[in-house]
Design a protein around this ligand. Structure first.
Ligand SMILES: Cc1cc2nc3c(=O)[nH]c(=O)nc-3n(C[C@H](O)[C@H](O)[C@H](O)COP(=O)(O)OP(=O)(O)OC[C@H]3O[C@@H](n4cnc5c(N)ncnc54)[C@H](O)[C@@H]3O)c2cc1C
Length: 510
């Protein structure tokens, strides 16, 4: 008996809606992610071995923490004055000066924040969530989808263009009309399936029981909970991007996973959890690594103490590189030309986010939207509503989240970027200008000590080549993850574990 799998369903949608529609649903970045694999079981105390971990982002914190558990003499060298790297919850008083000049100071109210980097954790990302448990990092639900949220497709969706369409309307109209077609085909015996009369009855009972079809007429009619108005035509919904967003279980859990989680108070709470669990002396802040020279007997690292402006030299047996590889490429470092060529080949995403503090949670009060996203083709990427502090007065919207260029927006002053977002977002939320209080814009290519977002590229062979230790130096940052993907924290943990295993096995051999 033929089974209507998700793939076949998408193929059938493709027959109706055009294959490009299916292509984008199946290959979307958003569907791709996996868990970090097995945490390595490492035992034994190494003879005296010192390890330097360069970079205190998530991968570096994992490596440092686990080295500590194994009894290593280790030191994490972090250029910033905080841990977490991309895990950055921007809060009141925080600041940064963009590479190229402009300085911002966050003016959000106390308690308000925006996750400028990672913001959501799929339930299947067990490594991240297990560390939250182990480190006592409180976690809450990240609301990824809500039926009241809007679609807004500018220009290209026929009769559904330039209007706010609720997700619940789309769900009801697509599912209802497809169920109606299916029941009609069943009733007329037109399904080419080996179904007994009882089977047919079971299927139609199930389809009617879903609640979209009138049990007498067996046809779909708009119903109260869908919202006011007539149903949209099925073909209009399938022609536009609407039906693609109807959630199903993705092959590998990604950004459509349900549920998703977030640490209470910001994603950096995870790295801060590691920091709390580590001896404070093991992390050196304001240590901008500039030079890494290895020999057969050890490695010497030179960093600039950015407070005293003095260079400091420190020696060890091994080094784990947990810095972004685009920055490793610029270090004075004696790794093999082959490894350096691989390092240079890694691209980092052109990611940007913008938080907008609002005087009033108008999306909750006026539109009954409680988290989740706006689905639009507006040039602001993803626009999302906060999943914390519900029913309070103020809130911070994610006004823009993109992973690619938006015209020349990146080169505009912050005020012009904010204006761009307000202009487009007000097409859906006209209240936004009046309620706007302050913004904080992060364009990762302009953020010192990252100069890019997440490592992109899914080439497993390249990752394996990058993972090969170069004598006493091994890469441990998310870019080399053997499981999950570099664009997930789960990948950063998996990469850290891999480096840890190499160091421990090598140190145990002596
Ligand atoms: C916009 C965005 C959204 C994302 N969304 C999600 C999400 O929702 N969920 C999810 O799970 N993942 C998400 N990710 C991916 C996740 O952020 C990464 O996989 C992970 O944080 C990478 O960790 P890392 O330790 O490898 O790198 P980083 O966090 O970049 O850490 C590198 C560290 O090296 C330090 N450093 C740099 N130069 C030097 C130097 N010279 N000397 C010393 N230290 C140095 C930096 O300061 C930094 O602390 C997102 C990423 C981005 C950019």
């Amino acid at each position: 008996m033929d089974i209507l799998t998700r793939r076949r369903f998408l193929e059938q949608l493709g027959a109706v809606g055009g294959s490009s529609l299916v292509f984008s649903a199946m290959t979307s970045w958003e569907l791709m992610a996996g868990s970090a694999g097995q945490k390595p079981e490492l035992s034994g105390r190494p003879a005296k071995s010192k390890v330097l971990v360069l970079g205190g982002g998530l991968s570096g914190m994992v490596v440092g923490y686990e080295l500590g558990k194994l009894g290593y003499d280790y030191q994490v060298l972090e250029a910033r004055d905080r841990v977490g790297g991309l895990q950055w919850a921007v809060k009141r008083g925080m600041e940064h000066t963009e590479v190229g000049g402009e300085r911002q100071i966050c003016a959000f109210d106390e308690g308000q924040y925006i996750n400028a980097g990672p913001w959501r954790i799929p339930y299947s990302h067990e490594a991240v969530l297990n560390y939250c448990r182990e480190l006592n990092v409180p976690v809450q639900v990240f609301l990824n989808e809500s039926d009241a949220n809007y679609f807004y497709v500018e220009g290209s969706a026929g009769p559904l263009s330039n209007k706010k369409v609720r997700l619940r309307e789309i769900k009801a109209d697509v599912t209802g009309q497809i169920n109606e077609l299916f029941v009609k085909a069943l009733d007329q015996g037109k399904l080419d399936l080996p179904l007994t009369a009882d089977d047919q009855k079971r299927i139609s009972n199930y389809l009617i029981g879903q609640g979209y079809l009138d049990s007498n007429t067996r046809s779909y009619r708009a119903f109260e909970n869908r919202g006011e108005g007539d149903p949209y035509a099925l073909m209009d919904l399938l022609r536009g991007p609407f039906a693609n967003r109807l959630r199903s279980v993705p092959a590998i859990e990604g950004t459509t996973a349900a549920p998703m989680f977030q640490p209470v108070g910001g994603m950096d709470q995870i790295s801060r959890g590691f920091q709390r669990a580590m001896d404070a002396k093991r992390i050196t802040f304001n240590a901008e690594v500039q030079k890494v020279l290895q020999s057969d007997t050890g490695v010497t690292v030179t960093y600039l103490d950015t407070k005293s402006k003095k260079p400091v030299e420190i020696s060890a047996d091994y080094v784990v590189l947990c810095m972004p590889l685009n920055l490793v490429a610029r270090l004075d470092i004696n790794i093999s030309p082959e490894l350096m060529a691989e390092v240079k080949a890694v691209n980092y995403s052109n990611s940007a986010k913008m938080g907008l503090q609002m005087k009033r949670r108008f999306w909750e009060e006026d539109d009954h939207i409680f988290g989740g996203h706006l689905y639009s083709n507006l040039p602001i990427g993803e626009f999302s509503y906060p999943s914390y502090d519900y029913f309070t007065k103020k809130g911070v919207l994610l006004g823009l989240y993109s992973n690619g260029p938006i015209g020349n927006l990146m080169d505009q002053p912050v005020a012009a970027r904010v204006e761009h977002v307000l202009t487009h977002a007000s097409k859906v939320h006209p209240q936004i200008r009046q309620e706007f209080e302050s913004a904080y814009a992060v364009w990762w290519r302009k953020v010192k000590y990252n100069e890019g977002g997440y490592a992109s590229g899914r080439n497993a062979e390249r990752r394996a080549r990058l993972s090969k230790a170069d004598n006493r130096i091994v890469v441990g940052s998310a870019a080399v993850t053997p499981h999950s993907e570099p664009d997930w924290q789960e990948g950063a943990i998996s990469a850290g574990w891999q480096a840890l295993k190499f160091i421990h096995e090598r140190a145990m051999r002596g």
